[in-house]
Design a protein around this ligand. Structure first.
Ligand SMILES: NC(=O)c1ccc[n+]([C@@H]2O[C@H](COP(=O)([O-])OP(=O)(O)OC[C@H]3O[C@@H](n4cnc5c(N)ncnc54)[C@H](OP(=O)(O)O)[C@@H]3O)[C@@H](O)[C@H]2O)c1
Length: 457
């Protein structure tokens, strides 16, 4: 079968940084497909290759990478692309087109209409199958997501549609599910009888400078909260699925999302731009802190605190599960530390469990110690990048790492008050935690997790 990935946004940041390396790795692993990159930045294939692909890239990849100057706004755009595709599939009996939309959400609608027109005018004598891949955020808000979906579903069946949230391709996400559902010891303590609160912290050091125009239309809620954070919440709190099949997992994820009320307690802020856009105050929130609840029988009453955004002092991605500390009262000792599970995603993937154990040379004094799992020490550093896993699943038509439309719809509903808020938010000095994040902690009587709080391993 001749399989072609038609890469919309083929000159963009995502394609260059993530997708092409993933394609290259998969081709080296003998997955058979070619890529047609579409963009306006370069006029010829030579110019595209020179600027977009490392000179050391193997021929197994570059020989299968073609380029077409393609401006979606051109009146003859559809006929140009149709002609190119016809020439690429000439003589093939069996063909699969994978349309990969790595575009701003505002361009999805036009792209889908064009794809429909290409389909109608291709006149292929071969057996033609197709898939479409849509990047996150899917839509701009609930209303546009529903509209895009209606258009999508008129042109493609649900089986053919892959809505990407690349966090689902990350090792730590898959590990979250296995850690919870393959360990009785964890399963028995993973609910509101034991857990006091959950923190999700995703701090980035970089800003939006190179991608200011793009980011200003998106902001932190659309960039991470509606998709990555909501997916993490589902993996942390869903009940055990009947099996690990995509369908059974999504049934449980949807239940979680449906149980979450629209976010009411939130704060947002933005920083003053540096570098090329120095002095410009970013016109969309770049940092947010919020609180939400999963109102299911096992998780109701556990506050989930989230903080995420850009231009922080330290790049830090972690989830902290804090357990209730009844021991303090029972043992009449206020110095007994809390127990917790710390899942660190960045700088490296580790899972720590903190426990109190006796300090030598003391009379019944305990000290928190951590038991650590380190992914790269245990399994080696060679786990595939998220996008490699995502693309591999698309090639083999396995939908286990893709959110369903119901999940996406519910996630938009949950964040809608944040999108509708006319709160432009405080301007925070770069490399500092916005004041509102500390205020959220103060108002809710907790402290954000930091390394000094619980002993290092
Ligand atoms: N960047 C990431 O790390 C990342 C991660 C996860 C998800 N995503 C998602 O992926 C999507 C793309 O992001 P990105 O960062 O790659 O954006 P980007 O760097 O701004 O690239 C946008 C792409 O769209 C093309 N384009 C724009 N207008 C066009 C038109 N009229 N006709 C044809 N092509 C047009 C551009 O082509 P020319 O520049 O050649 O004109 C460029 O290739 C977004 O939905 C984003 O949320 C990105």
């Amino acid at each position: 079968m001749k399989r072609i990935i038609i890469q919309y946004g083929g000159t963009g940041d995502l394609a260059l940084k993530k997708l092409y390396p993933a394609y290259q790795n998969l081709m080296e692993k003998q997955y058979s497909f070619s890529v047609l990159a579409l963009g306006r930045r370069y006029t010829t294939r030579e110019e595209f290759l020179l600027n977009s692909v490392s000179p050391s890239a193997p021929a197994s990849f570059t020989d299968n990478l073609d380029y077409l100057y393609y401006d979606m706004a051109d009146t003859d755009a559809v006929s140009i692309l149709t002609k190119k595709l016809r020439s690429m599939i000439e003589g093939s009996d069996e063909v699969e087109f994978i349309y990969y939309l790595a575009l701003q959400p505002s361009l999805y609608e036009d792209a889908i209409h064009q794809i429909k027109a290409i389909d109608a005018s291709l006149d292929c004598l071969c057996t033609l199958t197709k898939k479409i891949v849509v990047e996150k955020p899917f839509g701009f808000d609930l209303e546009s997501a529903l509209r895009y979906n209606e258009i999508l579903e008129k042109a493609f069946t649900d089986k053919e549609i892959f809505r990407v949230d690349h966090y689902l391709g990350k090792e730590f996400m898959q590990n979250l599910l296995l850690m919870r559902f393959h360990n009785d010891i964890i399963r028995r303590i993973w609910d509101n009888r034991t857990i006091e609160s959950i923190q999700i912290i995703f701090d980035e050091t970089h800003g939006v400078d190179q991608r200011l125009g793009f980011y200003e239309k998106i902001g932190v809620v659309r960039d991470t909260i509606q998709n990555h954070i909501m997916q993490i919440v589902t993996y942390l709190t869903m009940s055990e699925p009947a099996s690990l099949s995509p369908e059974d997992i999504s049934v449980e994820k949807e239940k979680v999302l449906r149980s979450i009320s629209p976010v009411r307690e939130f704060h947002m802020g933005r920083y003053e731009s540096l570098g090329v856009n120095s002095g410009h105050v970013v016109q969309t929130p770049t940092y947010a802190a919020l609180k939400l609840f999963v109102n299911t029988y096992y998780f109701a009453d556990i506050p989930i605190y989230v903080r995420t955004g850009k231009m922080q002092k330290e790049a830090k991605s972690l989830i902290y599960i804090k357990f209730k500390n009844t021991t303090k009262e029972v043992m009449h000792d206020q110095s007994i530390a809390e127990n917790g599970v710390i899942i660190t995603i960045h700088p490296e993937l580790t899972i720590d469990i903190s426990m109190n154990l006796k300090m030598p040379n003391t009379s019944w004094k305990s000290k928190p110690v951590r038991f650590r799992f380190n992914q790269s020490e245990t399994f080696g550093a060679n786990t595939p990048e998220a996008y490699e896993q995502i693309v591999q699943k698309i090639l083999i038509a396995d939908k286990s790492l893709f959110p369903t439309m119901k999940e996406i719809t519910e996630s938009w509903r949950i964040v809608e008050p944040m999108l509708e808020s006319d709160l432009v938010g405080e301007v925070y000095p770069i490399r500092t935690l916005p004041r509102f994040a500390s205020q959220l902690a103060k108002d809710n009587h907790f402290t954000w997790f930091d390394e000094t709080q619980i002993a290092k391993p």
